[in-house]
Ligand binder design. Structure first.
Ligand SMILES: Cc1cc2nc3c(=O)[nH]c(=O)nc-3n(C[C@H](O)[C@H](O)[C@H](O)COP(=O)(O)OP(=O)(O)OC[C@H]3O[C@@H](n4cnc5c(N)ncnc54)[C@H](O)[C@@H]3O)c2cc1C
Length: 488
């Protein structure tokens, strides 16, 4: 699908922000007879907090009881298996240990377990040193809460799948499309102004992440402030698999502390910190935070070494003073907030989407659409296939025999599919997060130029025009030899 194509001039609902919330809301609304436009200011969906998190679908044990985020976290966790199955997104239920490393911490586990029970997490229990050692031999702890319902997902592939499926069900997805104003008439939403023109609409859903306060101000409904909180993560080499489930320390004031946990793709991650930042776009990672985070994480896994790290990334949490989600209608008719979606927003997102649909349903009649397609079929990753399955794939399409990313075993056919299928990648990062090309040990040192040439070929542009992640992020200024020969 061409996400740059002209957008319709009107819609029933305009969703501002293509993160996990905006895309879940779009897919959920696509079940009804509505004209829906999702706009995203970045060059692709999944550009904000939804890109920069660890992919944990929390159990809800350690989310404060009585908050909206706790209720939606529990509901979201339960919704995930069916959604992942429908969208062909890898999801694993790995469980977690929230650990006490000193005798003084042990009583705190009882309080947290009680918090989890009140939230409705019935299967969590306290375990002792021997069971911890059996489950996680590299973890040093004297007691822990074991919560088996914690899951892990690839957040980027989830959001791409949601956007693909929403688009397949009629939602218009416009990237590089920024809401610059919300036009109000007689106290009601009339249009969303964008850099690509005005879109007349009755409902505007504000799912703009760290910019949600700015978007609310545009509508004259700005009664909250986003406090951006950065979290850095460190990706370990696949050979350094210290843990098989999420290991959390007891939480600090603003975060669950530095953790160590697995990803669906077989790496361990270490992090995150939680520090207030001025710049809402500051996703840099720093040596000083890295040292601090590794030091904290080594209290849980003493064998952990900074040398295990192959890469790092950061995300910005859109927190608010109340430390809870701000979801609901506003004094401006038709303007609905989905704001302050800090952790566990990824977990809660499917439940958030249901809540937004219910809010719209209270204001307009929602009629189910015939022929809604909940499924999005995708071929399994070549890397995950058996020898026999790989041979079959190669017979079907010889581009499967051309391995572009050697670390993650990604084929040319998979890269072409990532560009052509659904809301298709248009940048190197778009290909990387859809296929994992460039996410292995060499971090793209070998395959980046090859992926760039495939992108140039498939998009019909010269290699110099290929972008890393969006406007201005050019990689090449000219050729010293015909780079096209690299990919044939
Ligand atoms: C470090 C970190 C760790 C986390 N860990 C977890 C975790 O383990 N589990 C969990 O459940 N949650 C976690 N979270 C929280 C989770 O990632 C967020 O709650 C969730 O991604 C928020 O999604 P969103 O769609 O609301 O916002 P975003 O993903 O930020 O999406 C908002 C989108 O709006 C776009 N936008 C902004 N302004 C405009 C505009 N004017 N016009 C058009 N588009 C606009 C942005 O470009 C962005 O793409 C973590 C977050 C961070 C940062």
């Amino acid at each position: 699908m061409n996400t740059q194509q002209e957008l319709p001039a009107s819609a029933d609902v305009v969703i501002i922000g293509g993160g996990v919330c905006g895309c879940f809301i779009a897919r959920e609304l696509a079940r009804y007879q509505l004209d829906i436009i999702l706009i995203e200011k970045g060059p692709d969906v999944c550009e904000g907090a939804s890109k920069g998190n660890g992919g944990t679908i929390h159990s809800g044990v350690n989310t404060d009881h009585g908050t909206l985020k706790a209720t939606l976290c529990i509901k979201g966790n339960r919704l995930f298996p069916e959604i992942a199955e429908d969208l062909s997104v890898p999801l694993k239920t790995v469980g977690s240990l929230i650990v006490a490393t000193s005798p003084e911490e042990v009583p705190l586990l009882d309080d947290m377990l009680e918090n989890g029970r009140k939230n409705g997490v019935a299967d969590a229990r306290i375990i002792g040193r021997d069971e911890i050692a059996r489950l996680e031999p590299h973890v040093r702890a004297i007691a822990a809460i074991s919560a088996p319902s914690l899951r892990i997902v690839c957040p980027q592939r989830l959001v791409f799948a949601l956007a693909d499926n929403a688009a397949a069900n009629g939602v218009h997805v416009g990237v590089n499309t920024e809401a610059t104003d919300v036009l109000i008439e007689n106290g009601k939403v009339r249009a969303v102004r964008t850099n690509r023109g005005d879109i007349r609409t009755r409902f505007a859903v504000n799912a703009a992440g760290v910019y949600a306060d700015k978007v609310a101000e545009m509508a004259g409904a700005g009664d909250f402030k986003i406090i951006p909180r950065k979290g850095e993560y460190y990706i370990l080499d696949k050979q350094a698999q210290w843990v098989s489930r999420n290991i959390f320390p007891l939480p600090g004031e603003h975060s669950k502390g530095a953790c160590i946990f697995p990803t669906v793709d077989g790496n361990n991650l270490v992090g995150p910190n939680s520090d207030v930042v001025e710049d809402r776009e500051d996703t840099s990672t720093t040596a000083s935070v890295r040292r601090r985070v590794f030091e904290l994480a080594r209290r849980l896994v003493p064998e952990l070494r900074q040398d295990d790290m192959i890469s790092a990334f950061a995300g910005i949490r859109p927190t608010t003073e109340t430390e809870d989600f701000i979801i609901g209608p506003t004094a401006v008719e038709g303007f609905i907030n989905c704001a302050g979606i800090q952790s566990p927003g990824l977990t809660a997102a499917p439940a958030i989407a249901e809540m937004i649909v219910a809010i719209i349903g209270e204001r307009t009649e929602l009629k189910k659409k015939k022929g809604f397609k909940p499924k999005r079929k995708r071929a399994p990753r070549f890397a995950d296939c058996s020898r026999k399955e790989r041979d079959k794939l190669i017979r079907e399409d010889p581009r499967h025999a051309h391995i572009i990313c050697r670390c993650e075993i990604v084929t040319e056919k998979e890269i072409v599919d990532a560009i052509q299928e659904g809301i298709g990648a248009t940048t190197l990062n778009g290909v990387k997060f859809r296929t994992r090309a460039g996410m292995g040990r060499c971090q793209g040192g070998f395959c980046r130029s090859r992926v760039a040439m495939i992108l140039a070929r498939e998009l019909g542009v010269s290699p110099e025009k290929v972008l890393l992640r969006g406007s201005g992020s050019h990689l090449f200024v000219g050729g010293t030899k015909d780079l096209r020969k690299i990919v044939g």
